[in-house]
Write a protein that binds this ligand. Structure first.
Ligand code: PLP
Length: 399
């Protein structure tokens, strides 16, 4: 008999989640999972931040009922987000010209932003960095965008091909959405300098492009304020732009799906209209957002003591990642690797483009149980003192 689903073809597996499954069932004793984008502690565990644990205890003691949240989320959460991304004394915050809505992680923020933009633009087009986090493409395509790319990472030098990037941006049609990684570029770990950001801002303004800054790792690069430098330059420029931010990594709240979308407008009046439209988009998608993660984050962002404690927690994660970068580069040098890996220490965030070829990545997995993404991306935040030497030895062997 025939079924209505006969036409349904098997969708491709997510390559990274597939690697994670393979890792779990790998019987080898010595194995290292550098494929997944999750921060792990020195003990190899996803942390429960102290500040989160404390806040959850207080929430449990309060015993509040599970009511619906407003469509745009908890007001103390969205106002806290604005101060975090723009800085507490920001003109954007003071003049109330930004509309912020709570979202289902950074992914949800991108999706609501893309859906909203699709209602505004006639022929929606977007560009992403080459390479980028693959979901950027999927999300904007699913919202009806034609998605292209701009040059970013130069495989030959391991650095950004900035002249090519700028040239490409200069040639884009007005109102093209330009998706930018505000800091800690995924997958390469290579970021623009503040001087380069200034030039990107200028091109976006001159050409009437719509910047969409994705910040999923605020605090993992140089610090909370430093990592938001790009966002603040766009805020100073006065042009409209979007910010999707995620607390998945910075609060280690992956499964709570907590983030926000912010649209910076020209006036408070415009921001009010945009906010009402964002709410319609949310309403027709999932009605209103989940509460638990937002309660935790808003409690922390609005309490000076908890905020300070979060800064310390973040600093601990950031510095551990830096130490792992250093130890991996050192260990590779000690192994006598024929390639200079010191570039790993110059990269930012959880990821590093190792510059290993797909064949080398395959051998790492087959011969050593070291799992990396085919592109050569490794998650430095999964390294620890117990596995870094083994990882370096394995890398040296496959070079
Ligand atoms: N944007 C980038 C660049 C990411 O790397 C990620 C997560 O991997 C996200 C957005 C989405 O994060 P979330 O889990 O909060 O949806």
């Amino acid at each position: 008999s025939t079924s209505v689903f006969d036409v349904v073809e098997m969708a491709p597996d997510d390559p990274i989640l597939g690697l994670n499954e393979a890792f779990k069932t790998d019987p080898r004793k010595e194995k290292v999972n550098l494929s997944i984008g999750v921060y792990c502690t020195e003990e190899g565990k996803v942390p429960l931040l102290k500040v989160v644990e404390q806040t959850e205890k207080k929430l449990a003691e309060a015993g509040a009922p599970h009511t619906y949240l407003p469509i745009s989320g908890i007001p103390a959460f969205t106002s806290g987000v604005q101060k975090l991304i723009f800085g507490p004394d920001s003109e954007v915050v003071k003049t109330k010209r930004a509309a912020t809505v709570q979202s289902l992680g950074g992914t949800g923020a991108l999706k609501v932003g893309a859906d909203f933009l699709a209602t505004v633009l006639k022929n929606p087009e977007a560009v992403v960095s080459a390479p980028t986090w693959q979901n950027h493409v999927a999300i904007f395509e699913s919202a009806g965008f034609k998605v292209g790319s701009y040059p970013y990472y130069d495989k030959k030098t391991g650095e950004i091909d900035f002249p090519a990037m700028l040239e490409c941006l200069k040639g884009l049609k007005k109102d093209t959405v330009v998706i930018l990684h505000a800091c800690c570029h995924n997958p390469t770990g290579v970021d623009l300098t503040q001087e380069q950001w200034a030039q990107v801002v200028e091109v976006c303004r001159d050409k009437g492009l719509i910047p969409f800054l994705d910040i999923a790792y605020q605090g993992f690069g140089a610090g909370l304020n430093e990592d938001a430098g790009s966002i603040r330059q766009f805020a100073d420029s006065g042009i409209p732009f979007f910010v999707s931010n995620s607390f998945s990594k910075s609060f280690s709240l992956y499964g709570e799906r907590i983030g926000a979308l912010t649209v910076v407008c020209k006036s408070e009046e415009e921001a009010k209209r945009v906010n009402s439209k964002l709410k319609s988009v949310i309403r027709a998608n999932y009605s209103n957002p989940p509460a638990h993660g937002a309660k935790i984050v808003s409690a922390v962002l609005n309490d000076p003591v908890l905020l300070q404690q979060w800064h310390e927690d973040l600093k601990g994660m950031r510095e551990r990642i830096k130490e792992m970068r250093h130890l991996l580069a050192e260990a590779l040098k000690k192994e006598g690797a024929k390639v200079d890996f010191s570039f790993i220490e110059d990269q930012h965030g959880m990821f590093s483009f190792s510059r290993l070829t797909p064949e080398q990545v395959q051998r790492l997995k087959d011969e050593f149980g070291v799992y990396a993404v085919k592109s050569g991306r490794i998650c430095v935040a999964s390294l620890n003192k117990a596995n870094v030497a083994y990882t370096a030895k394995a890398i040296k062997e496959v070079l």
